[in-house]
Write a protein that binds this ligand. Sequence first.
Ligand SMILES: *[C@@H]1O[C@H](CO)[C@@H](O)[C@H](O)[C@H]1NC(C)=O
Ligand SMILES: *[C@@H]1O[C@H](CO)[C@@H](O)[C@H](O)[C@H]1NC(C)=O
Ligand SMILES: *[C@@H]1O[C@H](CO)[C@@H](O)[C@H](O)[C@H]1NC(C)=O
Ligand SMILES: *[C@@H]1O[C@H](CO)[C@@H](O)[C@H](O)[C@H]1NC(C)=O
Ligand SMILES: *[C@@H]1O[C@H](CO)[C@@H](O)[C@H](O)[C@H]1NC(C)=O
Ligand SMILES: *[C@@H]1O[C@H](CO)[C@@H](O)[C@H](O)[C@H]1NC(C)=O
Ligand SMILES: *[C@@H]1O[C@H](CO)[C@@H](O)[C@H](O)[C@H]1NC(C)=O
Ligand SMILES: *[C@@H]1O[C@H](CO)[C@@H](O)[C@H](O)[C@H]1NC(C)=O
Ligand SMILES: CC(=O)N[C@H]1CO[C@H](CO)[C@@H](O)[C@@H]1O
Length: 781
Amino acid sequence: MESVFFSALLLSATLQQSSVFVDSQTTPNTTAPVSTPQAPGFVDLPVWVEVLESTVPRSVITQFQIHSSSPDPELHILSVTPHAAVFETPMVNPTNVSDIFTAQIVLNGSVDYERVSLYSVRLGIVSASGYIQQSFHVQIIDVNEPPECETHFQFPGVEVCVPEDASPFGPLYTVLARDQDENDTITFEISQALPVSTIRRFQIDGRGRITSNQTFDYQNGPREFSLSVVVRDRQASNCSGTVRIKVLKVYTQPLDFLLPVQNVSLLENQGAGAAVATVRADPSVSAVFYTFVKLYPPYKIGREDGVIRTAYNLDLEADATLTQTVLLVRALSVLEDRSGTATVTVNVLDVNEHPPFCSPSVIILTVPETTEVGRSLGSITCLDIDVTNHSISLTLIENDVSRFRFRLRDGQLQVNSSLDYDIEGVAANHFQYEATILATDSGSPALSTEVQVLITVTPVNEFDPQVVSPLVLPGHALFSIDPIGGQLYLRSELDFEEKHFHTVKVQAVDFDQDVDRTNQRTSVTDITIQVQNVNDNAPVCDPVSYESTIFSTLAAGVGIITLTCTDADGDALTATITNGAVVDRFQMNGLTLSSRNVFSFVPDGVYDDTWYEVTVRVSDGKFSTDAVVYITVVPWSTTKPTTPTTTKAPRVVTVLRGVWAPEPWFVAVLTLTGALLLLTVGLLTWAMCTRNSTWEKEEQSLSPHRDSVQKKDGMGNHTASDEGEKMSLDGSVSLSRVEIHEDVTRFNGKAQDPVSGRSYLFNSVTGERRWLDTPTADTHV
Ligand SMILES: *[C@@H]1O[C@H](CO)[C@@H](O)[C@H](O)[C@H]1NC(C)=O
Ligand SMILES: *[C@@H]1O[C@H](CO)[C@@H](O)[C@H](O)[C@H]1NC(C)=O
Ligand SMILES: *[C@@H]1O[C@H](CO)[C@@H](O)[C@H](O)[C@H]1NC(C)=O
Ligand SMILES: *[C@@H]1O[C@H](CO)[C@@H](O)[C@H](O)[C@H]1NC(C)=O
Ligand SMILES: *[C@@H]1O[C@H](CO)[C@@H](O)[C@H](O)[C@H]1NC(C)=O
Ligand SMILES: *[C@@H]1O[C@H](CO)[C@@H](O)[C@H](O)[C@H]1NC(C)=O
Ligand SMILES: *[C@@H]1O[C@H](CO)[C@@H](O)[C@H](O)[C@H]1NC(C)=O
Ligand SMILES: *[C@@H]1O[C@H](CO)[C@@H](O)[C@H](O)[C@H]1NC(C)=O
Ligand SMILES: CC(=O)N[C@H]1CO[C@H](CO)[C@@H](O)[C@@H]1O
């Protein structure tokens, strides 16, 4: 009902579509074709075509006329719904009426009501004068199909063997048949039997099972029956076949076996032809042969010797049903008409041939070093395809580096202790922990499979950097640091006197310690720089000039004045009198100036100066400074003390230079040179005296003084000796010489002021001096 209703709906829908389509076209009047040139048209295309399901291929299902004013119209199948190639390309043939053509729709294959019961076909006519389309419908009419029987049963027929002692009503054979039609049923009937008289003893039920309500008798009854079986559906369509029943003789006299029941075992995979067991009938019975009661494909039996062998290689992994087979062996003696059956149970034993198969076969992972303990790194599943002994044990084998790092829990590889990255052994192995999981089966001998575990750890920045490669916090005035190497540099000079300690904050930032490069850690540390004291400051005397008035009665060695000098570096200070004139008169004891001897103011005898200028050089060993002391001596006999001479503001010369410390060999050479020079001068003088006696006395008195000057001044004041040499060499007389002569009793040396460059005479005892180039001035500098 439903399908019919559906078809009707479909039909009305199609008709509607068709009529709309026709209206919209200037279709010709189908009932009265006219000769005026018009668009082509369908003349009598039926809307509905019924086709039997049984229609054979290449049958014409409908024929109709089309109208076309042009001579060669083409008819096309535009579409078939549902889509199927069920129709051939339509053929169009002209008729004896002009402009009228016949067209045929031909079935290309067969149709099947059970699959598709309705087709909708859209046709189109294409001709020179126009184009038109129209639909029609093909309704498939259901046709009953005959039942289908088993082909072998149909021809040539099946043959069954029945032992004569088969019990009645036992199934002899089951006829297999079916009917394609929906809801159809089939019936079975034994239509004929041979011998004809036996037809009543056989029955067939509704499921095709053939039974016999009588026993067979090999000796007396028929030994073979032939039954014709017809299978019909409800429409009486039929298929038929034959069943031949052969009755087998059953030997009634038993035949004994030496071993009627055997239980044997053999290992699998022994190859084809491996001996399994041997059955032996009673040896007193002659002409015995052995057969299997049933067919046992894996085994065969020697017909004469009763040796059971494998028919092919028995592999339990390929066929687990081979594990145990019960073989029924029949021994027959035709001569003695005896038979017997023995039972051989064959157990095929498994051989442990296959090592376990593990998945995954290798565990390769990359995990961060911070992967926590207990974290699973994957599960290992192992199978053993051997039929028995396939229980598998997993063992973890570690190496020195991976020892205790992993553990196995329920087939899971877990982290047992932290997977450090910063370990030498791991680094040497490309940061990879290696272990092996050994999967061992329970067979004997046991077979095992190795699962390699390769866990690469990636670094995670866990620790703050040690200040190893630090960056200094920027902007420090005194220090800078190499951001990579970490060397600390001075930016400007340190001054111990200013600051003894400097504290520098150093910040270390690590890098490349983590897969995540931005994960950097920082630490800050203080570095204290202790500034070592170095003698880099000249001593300072404050004041630089001193004045003191003493009485001539002051005892020698009593301190006249003490210089107040300090050294910023804290070095010990030494003081020396540097102006030679007063060196013999005064002495320094530390920084205290004292007189060497008592002053003498004998009016007609020794009359010392009453005023002295003493230049004192204060040295810290490396640098020195000069201080000046002015001393006025008041003779004790004098009623009133001389007023001190007004002095100019002293000039302080601070010499910032290193002390020249000649090496011993140099002093020796210099002394030798000086001695030679003096000898030469002496010889020259002597030579000149012999020539000119006028200067003799003068030269003799001058020479010893000059010697003493040279000895005192050392190498510093060589100008005096130069002058002396020049004077002696040229022998000429100048004004200054005359003056020298005059003052010879007062001055015993000549020197040049290193500052002004002016030459002067001096008395080495009193310190008095006189400028040579301004004879009138008695200026003290
Ligand atoms: C077809 O012709 C008949 C008779 O000549 C007429 O009655 C009818 O209306 C025509 N139909 C069309 C569609 O022209
Ligand atoms: C007819 O059927 C055959 C086989 O099913 C197919 O190959 C062929 O294309 C069909 N012809 C048409 C015209 O559909
Ligand atoms: C056309 O042919 C058919 C038979 O083939 C015949 O019966 C019919 O009379 C013919 N018509 C004409 C007009 O000749
Ligand atoms: C077959 O039987 C079912 C229910 O018994 C029914 O719904 C269906 O329509 C039947 N089909 C035919 C083709 O009769
Ligand atoms: C077997 O069945 C047939 C018919 O059903 C009957 O005539 C015959 O007696 C039966 N034979 C026996 C031994 O029951
Ligand atoms: C089987 O059907 C065929 C027709 O298909 C018929 O000729 C024949 O007689 C039928 N056979 C039987 C036994 O009904
Ligand atoms: C047969 O042998 C197998 C092993 O050889 C043994 O497991 C089995 O129990 C035996 N069966 C009998 C019935 O003895
Ligand atoms: C796991 O680590 C513990 C110590 O933390 C150790 O005693 C144990 O042996 C380790 N297990 C394995 C399987 O290495
Ligand atoms: C084939 C094989 O190795 N079989 C052994 C299986 O395991 C049992 C004990 O569990 C052994 O007795 C079998 O020999």
